[in-house]
Design a protein around this ligand. Sequence first.
Ligand code: TXA
Ligand code: MG
Length: 323
Amino acid sequence: MRIIEHAKALLLEGKLVAIPTETVYGLGADAKNPKAIQRVYAVKGRPTTNPLIIHIPNQDAMSDWAIDIPIEAYRLANAFWPGPLTLILKRNPCVPKIVTGGQETVALRVPNHSLTLELLHHFKGGIAAPSANRYGRISPTTAKHVQEELGQAVDYILDGGPCTVGIESTIVYMVDATPFILRQGHISKSAIEAIIKHQPLLHNETPTITVPGSSASHYAPTKPLYLLYRESLLERVRHCIEKNKSVCVLSFFEKPESLQGSPGVIDWVCLPLDPTIVARQLYHQLREFDKNESHCILVQEPPDAEAWLAIKDRLQRAARPED
Ligand code: TXA
Ligand code: MG
């Protein structure tokens, strides 16, 4: 396919190509080209100590980038690749240190998107790619988001349509005897536990591992976002309207009758109680809300159940603390 050949040629020249994946779009560069990688950090505005994920075509390529790979990592790769799972393994010395943010570990993932898999098979190397957004902002889930976010800074956008998962991959640290989940995602802790015999622990139980990308504020729109339970959310809507501050709302219930026609409510989107569907829509909706004339974004806390953990995590990082 011509677009694949074009993307491959650009990568070989050290250019930046935005790639579609099932989770979010990535800002891709040749993982073996330190100059291209340097540009990825610069375009994103991300510190070079915060490492990138290397996207590979299949499980067989793991050993090109990692060493001392534990059997359980192979088990997880078998079960979930191609798919929204990133494994942190011991770095193969051939991996440029700039990709791993200077760390002795490397992040690997086989993404589940036909165009990107085809590109990876043709390219033969690895594509290092963080999410294709400016540092700290919302990840893009369409080619248009990438264009709006990065404009001319990216050399080519491989348009693979809207991402089907919609939030970033689950990251599992597999370097020591005990695996850890460093970032929640579509693949849950119990799905991982069903495959490996060790209990993976959640990040807040693992104070000794540094997770560069886990700063509290992340995935954030430019206007304030408040995460609230149903009653507080309704109170906040009324309070904002009284103060002439317009709002937009993301909730699991319909806009109440009493607020119909209220000019202070710019938009009200009622979400289904289905985490798969919500994940797919979430970032697009937050981007839309960020563009309209409202003062702030009010989001209802999702239910307390494992299937919602990744969405809760992203919302908590996007939210402003109460002021
Ligand atoms: O779904 C995804 O994972 C998307 C798509 C494009 O694959 N990528 C993505 O990349 O979300 P990024 O860079 O936005 O987030 C990757 C996270 C960062 O928080 C980074 O710090 C962490 O992975 N990471 C990468 N290498 C690591 C390592 N060696 N040790 C610990 N954390 C690492
Ligand atoms: Mg990111």
